[in-house]
Design a protein around this ligand. Sequence first.
Ligand code: NAD
Length: 479
Amino acid sequence: MEAKNWVAGEWMIPNGGSYVVNNPSRLSEEVGVVHTSEEADVITAAEAARRALPGWAGLAGSKRADLLYKAADLLAARADEVAVLASREMGKPIGEMKGEVVRGVNLLRYYAAEGVRAVGSVIPASQEGVLQYTKRVPLGVVGVITPWNFPVAIPIWKMAPALICGNTVVWKPAEFASLTASAVAQVFADAGLPPGVLNLVVGDGAVVGQALVEHAAVAAISFTGSTTTGMRVATICAGRNMKYQTEMGGKNAAVVLADADLSVAIPAVVSGAFRSAGQKCTATSRIIVEKSIYEPFVDALSAAVRELYVGDALDPKTYLGPVASKSQYSKVQSYVDLARSEASLIVEGELQVSPDTGYYVRPLVVTGMDVGHVLAQEEVFGPLACILTADGFDEAVEHCNRTVYGLSASVFTRNLERAMRFLDAAEAGMVRVNLESAGVEYQAPFGGMKQSSSHTREQGQAALDFYSQVKTCAVYYGA
Ligand code: NAD
């Protein structure tokens, strides 16, 4: 398997060097080779997208829709193959990865349907004989920059709405998801997307991503990744007066109140904190527990964490696999070391594989830190959750909001008034009651507040607002 560029309808090997990807579950196994691009490849891709734009934007929405439906059918037919490749490339357990591919199929179908939906409104004009109306027009060439943690769903939830709105795309995937990106691009190629409508350019963020944002002739950037990179991307886009959206990090809280049903709360907290080895932007990384139920909560959580199966991503029994890469492993391990030296251990799960075979990190729950401590403030992006305690509802909400991030938040309670007050007070773009902090559906708006987002939203109908602009039209046809 090779990751290479797909530009102007041709597969080509770029000249920026190459590296081998090893399976994070089994480091001795090579998954494929990624060929990396240079700045010139990005410029060429943007030019190809620019040339393809008039034809694609001018095509009837129903014809663009047909191609997205075709891509959906092909992806559905290749679901197992794509899921296995992604699991081997970035370590997401195969059950979750298959679910993600199905989500990609659903996203393609959802946005394909937009090709025949109404797009605008008729507004009464103040002059007789004038028809005044709005329509949505494409932005032009859109640059799409994606992370590795949802290697299929995130690219599709950006590209499908971009394409149905009539934009053409240059896609720069994450370094550790480039093989999967090539398989996804192949689906669009086989669906018959005209040359240049979608262009894949693989390579380093600092080279390819930076060139796409800074130098390429693109009208807009849609970025998902860390807050540090996203804020840099936003600054450059603002300087070029380009439309942008940046969906970034999180430090999401699950608040467990004294009246919570623990049989609902525990599995939701465990799933939120440890599925995908905690590598979700919406992962639960702070658990805020009302003091009066601290003991029973910790007992039940510890029992559940001890049961978790940590293994090879392709083993169907695996609940959490390895973290995605060597750099991820070092970063997560540094937080684990900090937790060992500065926090009190609650529970640490067991590995069902030998630790040396892959980038495995034991699921870990700690407590004893202040709400302002690094472990309670920085995004770990690994299987480490910290417990904070609160005297009651008000303090729990205060702790929940005491972060620069604002992506998602959950509350567990049987009290309707507290649930509704939490929905009002939580400073997060996605707030859930008796549900885990991760797991938002594709047909609903997705995005964060504060430093988690550029305050735009993805998925659902919200994506159409980003990938199009409103034109107000007026026609005088005679009084
Ligand atoms: P990252 O910021 O390192 O990289 C994201 C993408 O940006 C990659 O494709 C990378 O190559 C590219 N990039 C790197 N430097 C760049 C530059 N200078 N200019 C342009 N592009 C550049 O993030 P990551 O490690 O791939 O992903 C993990 C992060 O993503 C976490 O912080 C997580 O919370 C976040 N995330 C957010 C969401 C969301 O919707 N809010 C979803 C998934 C992941």
